[in-house]
Write a protein that binds this ligand. Structure first.
Ligand code: ATP
Ligand code: MG
Length: 354
């Protein structure tokens, strides 16, 4: 029997409610094939307020000894985003080379998205976002500050290694899913980095001859994802384009409360991190009404990464069953269930292990 060591960071706001919910589901599913040993850390904006730091100085070293990280959400009113991002999330992503940000999007029975039902039919796609380089660099600055000709400049950084590994990951994933790969680009307007991206996509396509692929300019792609989202399977994009696409596709599929994400180090040299797409939601925190599905689904992705795809599929099945029942949907989906009730519904719907 394998034991996996999981670092658990509930964080702030509803993360403190949805992470215990996911742990309840994990508890119910662990058993013959594996056990999970969890260690909880109070790293959060609340800790930042108390101590001046989101995590301790040796935080990354502490995490390094774990097999995976399950995170709720970090953020709090009055604490600037750059503190929670650069004080916790971004250092973890970069130190552990979590260069793949994976965001599956599915329209579940019982969830009504903003699109006409005939447009939204059968949405089942995955956005693969480059997670450590690209447009989100800190290189740049201002010239002629305070004058009429004040100018801000921001550099993007695309490396051959960085683009190749994300594109390869996306081709491999598209190969297992079967409906093809779409690469997001904008090489008609961004004339240095995007043609380089396109060139590497074409090169890697040659190494994956069985996977159909195409490229789309990000503007047209956004329009198509609203007009005909079911035509897409795996979409790969740079850090910025992937960020935009994952919010757009999650919104198209209904609720931010159910969207999961994985920050993966595919080589498994370092721990990967699993977290819901939503934030700390201070407007509903502490009331027991948050939708736990985004965190539960993220936990399922964690099990898949740890080598337990069967267990992950059982959670997926239970999630779909719980969403299909109006009585166990949370308020964000038009229901009345509490976090505890929605969680219980998933646990009760878990198929028996084969
Ligand atoms: P942060 O700054 O931490 O990102 P935010 O307020 O910007 O927080 P979210 O926390 O994602 O962003 O919340 C956006 C909206 O969606 C809020 O109105 C929130 O209540 C709602 N929401 C987010 N997650 C959930 C959830 N799991 N269940 C129910 N509603 C949610
Ligand atoms: Mg936010």
């Amino acid at each position: 029997m394998t034991t996996h060591h999981i670092a658990v960071i509930p964080g702030d706001g509803i993360g403190r409610e949805t992470v215990p919910a996911a742990l309840e589901v994990l508890d119910a599913i662990a058993g013959d094939a594996f056990t999970l040993r969890t260690t909880e850390f109070d790293w959060s904006c609340a800790r930042y307020r108390r101590t001046g730091a989101m995590m301790p100085d040796d935080g990354l070293d502490v995490l390094r000894g774990h097999d995976a990280i399950l995170l709720g959400a970090v953020g709090a009113p009055g604490v600037p985003d750059h503190v929670s991002l650069w004080g916790l999330l971004i250092p973890i992503r970069r130190a552990f080379q979590q260069y793949v940000n994976l965001r599956p999007v599915r329209l579940f029975e019982g969830v009504t998205g903003p699109l006409r039902p005939d447009l939204a039919e059968a949405i089942d796609l995955v956005v693969v976002r480059e997670n450590v380089e690209g447009e989100y660099s800190r290189i740049g600055g201002r010239l002629y500050e305070g004058t009429e000709i004040e100018t801000a400049m921001q550099e993007s950084v695309f490396t051959r290694t960085g683009v190749t590994r994300i594109v390869d990951y996306a081709f491999r994933l598209a190969g297992t899913r079967g409906r093809g790969l779409t690469s997001a680009t904008k090489s008609n307007g961004i004339v240095h980095t995007m043609p380089f991206w396109d060139q590497i996509v074409a090169e890697r396509a040659a190494a994956h001859p069985d996977v159909p692929w195409r490229q789309e300019h990000i503007d047209a792609l956004c329009a198509k994802l609203v007009l005909a989202p079911s035509g897409f399977d795996v979409i790969v994009g740079s850090n910025l384009f992937g960020d935009i696409l994952s919010d757009l596709t999650a919104a198209v599929a209904g609720s931010i409360g159910i969207a999961p994400s994985a920050n993966l180090n595919p080589e498994r040299e370092f721990p990967s991190m699993f977290e819901p797409v939503h934030g700390s939601a201070p407007d509903i925190a502490g009331r027991g009404v948050a939708n736990p599905i985004g965190t539960i689904w993220s936990a399922a992705m964690m099990l898949e990464h740890l080598g337990h795809p069967e267990a992950a599929r059982r959670i997926d099945t239970a999630v779909a069953a719980s969403l299909a029942d109006p009585a166990t949907r949370t308020r964000d989906l038009g229901g009345h269930a509490t976090t505890a009730e929605a969680t219980r519904a998933v646990v009760d719907a878990l198929p028996a292990s084969p």
